[in-house]
Design a protein around this ligand. Sequence first.
Ligand code: FNR
Length: 367
Amino acid sequence: MSKLFTSSKVGPYELSHRVVMAPLTRMRSDPGNIPNELMVKYYTQRASKIGLIISEATPVSIRGYGYAGAPGIYSDTQIAGWQRVTDAVHSEGGRIFQQLWHVGRQSHVDLQPHGDAPVAPSAIAAEGYAYTKRGEASFSVPRALELDEIPAIIEEFRSSAERSLRAGFDGVEIHGANGYLPDQFLQDGTNKRTDEYGGPIENRARFLLEVTQAAISVWGPDRVGVRISPSSTYGSMSDSDPRATFGYVATELDRLGIAYLHVVEPRIKGTEDVAHDETAIGAQHLRKRFSRTLIAAGGFTPASAEAAVTFGDADLVAFGRHFIANPDLPERIRRELPLTRYDRSTFYGGDARGYTDYPPAEAAVAA
Ligand code: FNR
């Protein structure tokens, strides 16, 4: 008997299996960063009966951009496009949460209004590349946010959460992982502030917790999730004491009563597999700190996902890359069918190729 295919709950929602679609940036929206029909098709293909999808990361403001072509939720004109996506997922019997995103320093002046510097807790650049309309470009040096600018960013998360509600989503997930803005505040390698948002962990966690509370003010706690990546160095991240930092974060998020904590496992750095130290922090380590649903993500195979839920390391397992190439992934895992390989060259941007042309199992087996 497979534990992955037993029922579970996320907030108020019953799920019929434990295979979640991880948030996946694919950069295929229309000008204006509006979700289009191609995206509706993509999500429809990946919806499963009473299964959970986390949407691709969606910027809460123009300043929150690091990837051209990512669909946004910062303006009312984007709501109707998302409504078509959520309607389509619901008509397949699925659930979908929207991931809310602000990249902070992982951006480039070309993506910012008036060519401004991206914003961050401190003026320290990340190594790596932003995806501009002209291709990849090294991250720009950010500008440190003034203390009095921070409430407006929290308000961007709140008003975006409200648009998510109007667009028919089932909940929202705060993107607190992968070295984006909330993570930049959390970890002391990127946060050198001396005000109430910097210094001790109680201060560094303030931004993430306030953003989460802003989402809760719209949705209630049981339809809000938070994603974190305690051991990832993606986006040049580092912390002098990740165990204390993320232990505190998990405890405080538990206190807020959120629906789930979504943890990226140490074997993943952003979108790639990496070797890791066995003591690095993953879902299993935060189990004691968080009492509700725990989702683990990163480098899972059907077998390791089954083991994780059987041993109780996590309640649900999110798959990213396998979901790109296997639109009917839960069904394939349930029937123990072979998985199609993904093509990394079509992950970001482009058209239907490598996006909506991966066949479902029957067609793949027949081919
Ligand atoms: C990602 N990942 C990711 N994570 C996130 O929180 N928000 C996002 O928008 C994205 N976008 C994204 C795009 C692409 C093309 C990839 C491959 C990955 C990370 C993803 O959710 C997941 O954590 C990793 O892919 C590891 O899981 P898998 O792929 O090993 O199952």
